[in-house]
Design a protein around this ligand. Sequence first.
Ligand code: 13P
Length: 249
Amino acid sequence: MRSLIFAANWKMHVGPPEAREYLRAFFAAGEIPHERGVWFFPPAVSLETVAQGIAGHRNVHAGAQDIYWEAKGAFTGATSGPLAKQAGARLTLIGHSERRHVFGETDEQTGKKVTAALAADLQPVLCVGETLAQREAGDTMTVVTRQLEAALGERDGRARVAIAYEPVWAIGTGRNATPQDAAEVHRAIRRWLKGHPTTATPFVILYGGSVNLKNAAELLAEPELDGVLVGGASLDPRGWAQLVRTAVA
Ligand code: 13P
């Protein structure tokens, strides 16, 4: 059976008491199937609660939704890599579409955050993806390559990174990419990573954007997908427990 990652991005939902209750309900569904990894990205205030709640569950890890590139200092409201690590994070999302489009994060800033994540011993999960206008203009690969290049192109050494391909038009819209569309972009990302001396194998490339219980099996049947990054459909612990157990052909 091929290994698959199921990553839950809770965005700005699920505080610490809710996270405790969530994990109780999630783990009540039984052990996570073999060869499946589960990554939780709670809001920063719930990171430590989640890290404690998943302790002892092999293949379940916690990550930050974002980090700032400075390690410490007078940066009100920001969370650094070392602080996320202290709270129990193993990973961090970087350059999520909402960071880019709601908070105005630039390609250059994603690069600094990748460097900061690696320095803090956090595995970066770099999020890339095009807007609807960019897709319709035929610019998908130009945009994605620019995002990869900016975030990973000049890092030192061979970094272990994961990529999440999340087309902006598919996030929270109920309109997922087809498995074929996702696979085409995943193949191009894999080619870029292979050709790039700064990244280390093996690569994990996740698809995100309106993944749910109805479409997960069809998407994951596509071998280019190493897993999924899920927002809305990860918020209900029982639904998420079911999604993590999706039978894949
Ligand atoms: P939805 O699953 O709610 O579309 O969100 C996707 C996402 O942005 C995960 O990071």
